[in-house]
Design a protein around this ligand. Structure first.
Ligand SMILES: [Zn+2]
Length: 571
């Protein structure tokens, strides 16, 4: 038994189960179905067996059948997948239209209004091992009759829609074929009280899904439409679709009524787009700082950061030059130390491998964007090839962040530098979580640390220092210290004034590479940055707190001793 057979069986069983549940679904009276007795006002109950819907009047028992024509099965094998050439390969997932058959449509229906007609179709984009079934998102953009490459993006952050609208589109896609089977979708619609006429076919489902998506993807296009059937190009790579009613360029009132019914149902589903899909890894950002430099070149540390972490099933490699880093589960960054990069030259981080995606609704953007070709929304799951690269020009242009650590004695700031305090530098983007940029910045004889970040990266975000280890005799100050380009922020370490306390075991610090050694900083996934940002030094808290702790401990000890003595005296 192959996977397809299992899927068909499962779909059939699901449909059969649902149809049993649906037998008692009451329909509104009338709905165009004549009763045996013209005076009968009984409601119709619907039953669906996977290939037909039977409507039966509860009173006069007259029954009507609506034949259901299911989804065509994709031809196998899929068209050969052509890896994109280097010039085309950008970030994300790459698909192509088969140039020999640019229309992979599975709908015979056109929506006509005014002088315009729109074809409503589900398309199949080759993905290397099969198809992703997708719907058009741009009603005004033609299908280009040439090869185009698409990258799969997250619907909610593709930049095409407001998040609320993206969720609505997700709600439609996840309530419709092919996210669920045609049979499941029909059963759900019957459960919601939908009444169909004549024949019901996948083309009608697809047309309705398409128009409902257009309503939210192209707000002005909630079409008041006539439905014609003039689509003739069925020689698609998926499969021929049965020519319903046998004629083109006609308008069938049953078909029109069915499509409007389905669309009304899907418009209602649009509000339910709450499911989250996996995050597609499709974006690279950089963090670059200078290790050393001369007039013409620099040694740099480059952190390549992806928009999502690798999962257990993924096989994702980031490469710069000859060096490759394979991401472990949970990692979203890779660190490279590159020596002698001439100013003005470019480095390129490349992304390759395979990512596992949970079944979900994804957005498909053509390379070149809106102007080049229509975008799509579609359903995908499983392992997907990823390709991508991003170039970065290294100029002798740096933002310098500095911190100076001075001693605070008895609550009084001094000018005594504190040497040997360890700091991290974090980058906090405008959106998303903070990233550990540099791990082992240690204050020098002057109590200072400096780090030079490549300028013109990460505009909009901000950097902050966090002390991770205080030198012997000083109290750790673990608050965030905002880093300001071109400025030196001064912070203070309080001296410990009291005899050594049994201090709690310090949190384990990341394995310390020597300063500026090419050991990658740990990814920030499991690290909780402190919550508060401060810009002014804080001091003295520990000095005030410690005596109280001592007094409290003393009182507690006295109480315990008293209790013990009382107990002992009772014996
Ligand atoms: Zn009746």
């Amino acid at each position: 038994m192959n996977t397809r057979t299992i899927r068909l069986l499962a779909a059939f069983l699901a449909a059969a189960l649902l149809s049993m549940l649906l037998c008692s679904t009451a329909l509104a009276d009338g709905e165009g179905y004549p009763h045996d007795d013209p005076g009968c006002t009984g409601a119709f109950a619907a039953a669906f067996d996977g290939s037909a819907i039977t409507y039966t009047c509860n009173v006069c028992k007259k029954a009507y059948t609506v034949e259901v024509i299911g989804a065509p099965q994709p031809k196998n094998p899929a068209p050969a997948y052509t890896a994109p050439d280097a010039a085309t390969a950008k970030l994300g997932y790459v698909y192509e239209f088969d140039p020999a058959s640019s229309y992979y449509n599975i709908s015979p229906h056109r929506i006509a209004f005014g002088q315009y007609t729109y074809s409503c179709s589900a398309y199949a984009l080759a993905n290397g091992s099969g198809y992703d079934t997708v719907y058009c998102c741009d009603v005004d953009t033609n299908v280009p009759k040439q090869v185009h490459y698409y990258k799969r993006l997250n619907l909610e952050d593709a930049g095409y829609y407001e998040p609320a609208m993206a969720k609505r589109i997700r709600g439609i896609v996840e309530s419709a074929y092919p996210f669920i089977s045609c049979e499941e979708m029909i059963a759900n619609m019957l459960n919601a009280g939908c009444v169909f006429h004549g024949k019901l076919d996948v083309g009608q489902l697809v047309t309705a899904v398409q128009t409902s998506i257009w309503k939210y993807a192209n707000g002005q296009h909630d079409l008041d439409y006539n439905i014609t059937q003039k689509w003739s190009k069925f020689d698609s790579a998926i499969a021929p679709v049965e020519p319903f009613h046998g004629a083109w360029d006609t308008s069938d009132p049953d078909v029109a009524a069915n499509i409007k019914t389905i669309k009304a149902y899907l418009d209602g589903c649009a509000s339910n787009g709450s499911n989250a899909a996996s995050m597609v890894i499709n974006d690279i950002t950089y963090q670059v700082y200078k290790i050393s430099s001369d007039q013409s070149k620099a040694d740099i540390r480059v952190m390549v950061q992806l928009n999502a972490a690798a999962s257990q099933n993924d096989d994702i490699t980031i490469t710069i030059g000859d060096e490759a880093r394979r991401l472990k589960s949970g990692e979203s960054t890779a660190v490279f130390d590159i020596k002698g990069v001439p100013f003005g030259s470019e480095i390129t981080a490349s992304l390759s491998g395979r990512q596992y995606l949970e079944k979900g609704a994804y957005f498909y953007e053509p390379f070149g964007g809106w102007q080049v070709a229509q975008s799509f929304v579609g359903v995908a799951s499983g392992m997907t090839p990823i390709h991508g690269s991003k170039q970065l020009k290294i100029e002798d242009n740096w933002n310098s962040y500095s911190l100076k650590k001075l001693a605070n004695v008895n609550g009084v700031a001094t000018t005594t530098p504190v040497k040997g305090a360890k700091f991290q530098l974090w980058y906090e983007p405008e959106q998303g979580s903070a990233v550990l940029v540099a791990d082992e910045l240690i204050t020098d004889e002057k109590g200072e640390v400096h780090i030079d970040m490549l300028a013109e990266l990460n505009a909009g975000g901000s950097y902050y220092f966090v002390e991770t280890e205080a030198p012997e005799g000083y109290v750790l100050n673990s608050e965030r210290i905002k880093a300001v380009s071109g400025e030196t922020v001064t912070v203070y370490n309080s001296e410990k004034e009291y005899p050594p306390q049994p201090t709690p075991t310090p949190a384990p610090t990341p394995t310390p590479p020597a300063p500026y050694r090419p050991d990658p900083p740990k990814p920030p996934v499991d690290t909780n940055p402190p919550a508060e940002i401060i810009t002014v030094p804080q001091s003295g808290d520990a000095d005030i707190l410690l005596p109280y702790l001592g007094v409290s401990a003393g009182i507690a000890a006295l109480i315990i001793i008293c209790c013990i003595r009382k107990r002992a005296s009772r014996r």
